[in-house]
Design a protein around this ligand. Structure first.
Ligand code: FES
Ligand SMILES: [Fe+2]
Length: 385
């Protein structure tokens, strides 16, 4: 079979995301410096990553009271803790005595104890033990609990925000929340997960996962040979969605009968179409009734990022589910390897380009939308009025 084609359509009512090259009014321009500038990255960290909700873990990472998961991202050292009251909290991974880092890896504890002078904390963060306490003049235990970061659980993810004014996470997700509810994502458990440090800007990973223009060149030996689809784009500001038909191969209906959970109620399109959501700013999920793929990407420097890849199947997956999961996972990893191969040349070239204006192809329209949202957050933070 020769190379197929992939087309992108705009869903009716979706906000315009015009290509600046297509003769339509120029609403925005995007330059290569957005991938390379240290100043832009600092503004993104302050005005996007510290203002929105960020998925930092899965609830299944801290299932039992006492489970603790340290996370180092966004220049922060944090720890997610499942409390005795079944509340999942996030704290700064730093003792309130002289600041020592308390957690160095995932663990299960009854009490949190600093390795330096053994201050101890309850799982809810309260300071409960100070050796030789009489040696401190006026130490108030009440005000020396672990410092907490605002945390909510939704859809099986643990979300944090550094923004005291952010709306609840469900409200932040907007139209995504009711769309995702039928999938009962809390049931999904990882079949496979890996973290990679990639040699590119954090936005480049999401770009690559949301445009189909590169498929024939980069995936000419894999999906480029067979893909012939029309993706539909929906702007769900600040998030977005693409729905993509998947091949109706011979065994599909039989497999669906065995793997789509009978107790969940999906729209026909949720069974028929692959749903690719970008949850602004840094999470991408591909959802099917029986699979969940999660990309989470965090900036390190303008030229490097940390990429967390996870592939989930349902907690009570049967043998057919598992087999379908493994086969899909193997194909996904092959495609991912092909994608990784162009990230370094992309980043090196973006750096060499200086400040070159980027013409987006019609199949790169989701990028124009995403980068438009990024710029809006940066502008709103710079000119709050
Ligand atoms: S630094 Fe933690 S107890 Fe001293
Ligand atoms: Fe790709």
């Amino acid at each position: 079979m020769t190379g197929g084609k992939s087309i992108l359509e705009l869903a009716p009512g979706s906000p315009p995301i015009r290509d600046v090259e297509d003769g339509a009014p120029k609403t925005r321009e995007f330059n290569t410096s957005r991938y390379t500038s240290p100043q832009i990255l600092e503004r993104e960290k302050d005005l996007i990553f510290r203002k929105t909700w960020i998925a930092i873990a899965r609830e299944s990472d801290v299932t039992r009271p006492g489970d603790c998961l340290p996370i180092d991202e966004l220049d922060e050292s944090l720890v997610v803790v499942h409390g005795e009251d079944n509340v999942v909290r996030t704290f700064r991974n730093s003792c309130r005595h002289r600041g020592t880092r308390i957690f160095s890896g995932p663990c299960h504890l009854r009490r949190i104890e600093c390795p330096y002078h053994s201050w101890t904390y309850h799982l809810d963060g309260r300071l409960i033990g100070v050796p030789k306490r009489e040696g401190f003049a006026n130490l108030d235990k009440q005000t020396h609990g672990l410092l907490s970061v605002r945390t909510e659980c939704w859809g099986g993810f643990v979300w944090i925000t550094f923004n005291p004014d952010a709306p609840p996470v469900r409200e932040y997700l907007g139209a995504l929340a009711p769309q995702l509810e039928p999938y009962r994502l809390t049931d999904m458990r990882p079949l496979y997960r890996r973290t990679h440090v990639l040699p590119c800007n954090w936005k480049a990973v999401l770009d690559q996962a949301t445009e189909s223009y590169h498929i024939e060149a980069v995936h000419s030996h894999s999906i480029g040979r067979v893909i012939d689809t029309v993706a539909t784009f929906y702007g769900l500001d600040p998030h977005h969605l693409q729905t993509i038909p998947i091949a109706d191969y011979r065994w599909r209906a039989w497999l669906d009968r065995l793997t789509v959970p009978a107790d969940l109620h999906f729209e026909p399109d949720q069974v028929r179409l692959f749903h690719k959501y970008v949850i602004f700013p840094n999470t991408l999920i591909n959802v099917m009734p029986y699979h969940l793929t999660v990309f989470r990407v965090f900036p390190i420097t303008p030229d490097t990022c940390r990429f967390h890849y996870e592939f989930h199947i349902r907690q009570k997956a049967n043998l057919v589910d598992r087999l379908r999961g493994w086969l899909t996972l193997m194909a996904s990893l092959y495609i991912l390897r092909e994608d990784f191969g162009v990230l370094l040349p992309f980043q090196a070239g973006a750096k060499a380009a200086g400040n070159h204006r980027i013409p987006f192809h019609s199949e790169e329209q989701p990028l124009a939308y995403f980068h438009g949202v990024v710029d809006r957050y940066l502008e709103a933070g710079t000119n709050p009025n």
